[in-house]
Design a protein around this ligand. Structure first.
Ligand SMILES: [Zn+2]
Length: 137
């Protein structure tokens, strides 16, 4: 079994609330819910960071990130959306499997990004994921 938590999520060894999936990308909600509607877009093969991302995977992540961002906007109508990717421990990366965070922001939200973040119950995550999936068409 892989020691990488994201590889285990991709493999289905850890249950996850999935928002979007294709051959190269999995978008899910289970880790670090900063705000409701927060989605992580992870490349499926294990890739440590952006430096190791090949062009096909980079394109797939960018496409999924844009699609899911539009769906989050439609579902939650946030004032804004923060897109994070940390690369290297010094830059704040704590899970060394390439991923992007999409965090809806509402007026008055702080910009602090603490890790780990306590998650709402799975049924709440599933309800939020269903709202986003409905907008993905
Ligand atoms: Zn991994």
């Amino acid at each position: 079994m892989s020691a990488c938590v994201f590889c285990r999520i991709v493999a289905g060894q850890i249950p996850s609330t999935r928002v979007y999936e294709d051959d190269l990308v999995l978008a899910f909600m289970d880790i670090g819910q900063v705000n409701p509607g927060h989605v992580l877009v992870a490349v499926k093969p294990h890739v440590d960071n952006v430096y190791a991302l090949d062009d096909a995977a980079a394109a797939a992540v960018a496409r999924a990130t844009a699609r899911v961002a539009r769906a989050i906007r439609a579902a939650f109508q946030p004032a804004g959306l923060s897109v994070y990717q940390a690369n290297g421990a010094a830059a704040g990366q704590t899970v060394f499997h390439y991923h992007v965070h999409l965090v809806p922001r509402h007026d008055g939200d702080g910009m602090a990004f603490t890790w780990p973040v306590k998650n709402p119950p799975r049924e709440v995550l599933e309800a939020h994921a269903a709202q986003i999936r409905a907008q993905l068409g």
